[in-house]
Design a binder for this molecule. Structure first.
Ligand SMILES: Nc1nc2c(ncn2[C@@H]2O[C@H](COP(=O)(O)OP(=O)(O)OP(=O)(O)O)[C@@H](O)[C@H]2O)c(=O)[nH]1
Ligand SMILES: [Mg+2]
Length: 329
């Protein structure tokens, strides 16, 4: 399945039905008076979060959404039927913005949550409304009002509590694969992961929390290097980040600063998000170089380092313990 996390669409709510001019005509009721009914309201456009959807792929093919109009009023003061609301299903975590101004209409987080984005137009009034002492036979009615129309930018921001970040090849996907049932592609070349992977990790309390493994970041990602940095939106909603360094890399400390710089460039408060610093592939280091490296990284980064080997499964309990502490579970 293709993972699409952005879409531009146009939505238009239904137009109100017109009011009509009509007069009551019955055999024994002379001058029966005006009886034109009102038009029905146009259908609203409503977004609804659907927990079964994972991507905005559908919006790649269909970009215009029109809600039905209200019906015209009828004789005998009959109101026209309202247009049915158009319900558009989106994955949980979709943010709805106005395309040009960027104003946020709302966020659809929970399954079945709804958001009315465009209001249907009001129906016009029939001539029955305009009966007065002065005018016993009004010929006046009004047209239905147009429904609201918006151009929207939809953005899917995955809902994960913990995000795993780092340079390509650090072992991010390996970590999520050993902690959860997720089975992302793992390989010893950079940019194996092209779209985020989610995995549910069991908390000590029994229920699960979602970890997100995202593509690798490299120096200059903010300017488009590598896969760029737009996918960082998927960790915007996280509470905690796992910043993974590759213990087998030439200079893990430089890697640390490279990722830190990209977090800063991306903004959205990611640089201040609680973050655990993890050195992976520790089994590649001998004791002496490990000690030296740990000391140097801890000193220059002013953070405590957690040592793990995702592939060998070592240090993971310690890491998870700190994750739960960080999430205050
Ligand atoms: N020696 C060793 N190799 C590891 C360890 N963890 C992961 N690897 C290897 O490192 C390589 C990269 O692992 P991935 O999990 O694909 O790395 P990634 O960070 O997801 O990489 P991208 O998706 O490209 O950003 C693979 O060949 C893994 O087998 C580890 O603890 N020790
Ligand atoms: Mg990966």
């Amino acid at each position: 399945m293709q993972f699409i996390d952005q879409a531009r669409i146009t939505i238009k709510a239904g137009c109100g039905g017109d009011g009509i001019v009509s007069f009551r005509r019955e055999k024994y009721v002379p001058a029966g008076g005006p009886s034109g009914g009102d038009g029905g309201r146009g259908g609203h456009v409503v977004f609804e979060a659907d927990g079964n959807l994972q991507t905005l792929l559908d919006f790649k093919f269909k970009r215009l959404f029109l809600a039905p109009s209200g019906r015209r009023g009828g004789p005998n003061r009959c109101s026209g039927a309202s247009g049915k609301d158009l319900v558009i299903k989106v994955p949980c975590g979709t943010e709805v913005r106005h395309l040009t101004t960027g104003i946020i209409f709302g966020d659809l987080i929970e399954d079945k949550q709804t958001l009315v984005v465009a209001l249907g137009g009001r129906g016009g009034r029939g001539n029955a409304h305009y009966l007065s002492n002065r005018n016993r036979a009004p010929e006046k009615c009004t047209e239905g009002i147009e429904g609201e129309e918006w151009q929207l930018q939809l953005e899917l921001k995955l809902l994960a509590e913990v995000g795993i970040i780092g340079l390509p090849n650090a072992g991010k996907s390996t970590l999520i694969s050993v902690l959860s049932a997720a089975r992302p592609k793992i390989a010893d070349y950079p940019f194996t992961t092209l779209v985020p992977n989610l995995g549910v990790v069991r908390k000590p309390t029994g229920d699960g929390t979602v970890f997100a493994d995202i593509p690798g970041l490299i120096a200059g990602a903010a300017e488009g290097a590598g896969l760029g940095h737009a996918f960082l939106r998927h960790i915007e909603r996280t509470k905690l980040l796992i910043h993974m360094l590759d213990g087998g890399a030439e200079d893990p400390l430089a890697d640390f600063f490279a990722v830190e710089k990209e977090l800063l460039a991306y903004g959205h408060g990611l640089i201040d998000r609680p973050r655990l610093l993890v050195l992976n592939k520790r089994e590649l280091l001998d004791q002496k170089s490990e000690k030296f490296l740990v000391r140097e990284i801890e000193k220059k980064s002013s953070r405590k380092l957690i040592l793990i080997s995702a592939a060998m499964g070592s240090g993971l309990e310690d890491l998870l313990g700190k994750v739960w502490d960080g999430l205050e579970i």
